[in-house]
Design a protein around this ligand. Structure first.
Ligand code: F6P
Length: 341
């Protein structure tokens, strides 16, 4: 078989481990030819291919990013994009595609699967919000980085008697905020799932600083918002492509907290640091398992599916079931974060 492989959307640590697994298993055990497409769906549209042999994947396991490159590009939203994908699949004699991506890339995958191309998807996103899988590649590394940051913020917060806001990624879901907030011992976690009341935050901080502590750490997901009808109004700032402007909500919260409490407050925006560098062993293992499962599924002819981690096992879920859904942080996890304030 000739199998095309691409990585789309934002990069995450662990993508190279998944690419390596697809190539090792695909070439070594199934005898397939694997070709890579550069820069996600853009490479498929442009027919921008790169051969993927065992020599291309040597020593890539611990390296972050993606050796294929990636882009935020959706063929179904581009003029003639779908036709160009179908043309490349035919011209390059591609029997099946494996695409590694988050919500946008997977949405494109389901459209292309509907158009008749055999596809198996692999979920990756540091946001961990792909529906249908307990975990996506990259999340564990991002939580590790964010937790380390919260640990480091602790010592400087305490020395200076400050309120420290640590902003983490998470547009629609606060998985990184909840996980790093619990693991790092933050006093408050603000997630998109649970709009906040600034008055409650201020009351909590005043009480805590009067009663037993001189510092506080608040982990803020970039998509966190004040609850409607509360005393803080905020309009989310969006960039050219609809992305959240990093630091927007945290800078605003800093002003509100300083004005209302008088406590010295600082903001740290972790940004793309959360997506960089060496993947954790957990992400390398997950990516390797997903890579092997994806190429095995392609070989069996089981397509139109996504590899998923479910109760510790790797499973396949129909792509059609995933499109348009977001896996939100459950209330129970947010409750644990709140209980440990
Ligand atoms: O979707 C993953 C993510 O890292 C989000 O958490 C973040 O909002 C966005 O990507 C940033 O995108 P970009 O790399 O395009 O700035």
């Amino acid at each position: 078989m000739r199998v095309g492989l691409l990585t789309g959307g934002g990069d995450v640590p662990g993508l190279n481990a998944a690419i390596r697994a697809v190539v090792k298993r695909g070439v070594g055990q199934h005898g397939h030819h694997i070709i890579g497409f550069r820069n996600g769906w853009k490479g498929v549209v442009d027919g921008d291919i790169v051969p993927l042999t065992r020599s291309h994947i040597r020593n890539v396991l611990p390296i972050g990013g993606t050796l294929l490159g990636t882009a935020r590009f959706h063929p179904h939203s581009a003029e003639d994009g779908m036709d160009a994908v179908l043309a490349t699949v035919e011209n390059e004699h591609v029997d099946a595609l494996i695409c590694i991506g988050g919500d946008g890339t997977l949405h494109a995958a389901s459209k292309i699967a509907e158009a008749g191309v055999p596809i198996v998807a692999i979920p990756k996103t540091i946001d961990n919000d792909v529906w249908g899988t307990d975990a996506s590649i990259g999340f564990d590394t991002a939580v590790t980085i964010a937790t380390d940051a919260v640990d480091r913020i602790h010592t400087t917060a305490e020395s200076h008697n400050r309120v420290m806001l640590v902003e983490v990624m998470g547009r629609h879901a606060g998985w990184i905020a909840a996980a790093s907030g619990i693991a790092g011992g933050a006093e408050i976690v603000l997630a998109p799932e649970q709009p906040f009341d600034i008055d409650k935050i201020v009351r909590f901080l005043k009480h805590r600083h009067r009663a037993h502590a001189s510092f506080s750490i608040i982990v803020v997901a970039e998509g966190a918002m004040p609850a409607e009808g509360t005393s803080m109004q905020y309009e989310m700032q969006l960039g050219q492509f609809g992305q959240i402007v990093a630091g927007g909500i945290s800078e605003r919260l800093k002003q509100e907290i300083e004005q209302r409490t008088g406590f010295d407050t600082r903001v740290t925006v972790l940004g793309h640091i959360q997506r960089g560098g060496t993947p954790t062993p957990t992400d390398r293992i997950l990516a390797s398992r997903f890579g092997v499962a994806a190429i095995d599924a392609v070989t069996r002819g089981e397509t139109g599916v996504m590899t998923a981690l479910r109760a510790g096992e790797v499973d396949l879920v129909p792509l059609a079931d995933i499109a348009g859904k977001v896996k939100h942080v459950p209330q129970a996890l947010l409750d644990v974060a709140a209980a440990l304030a």
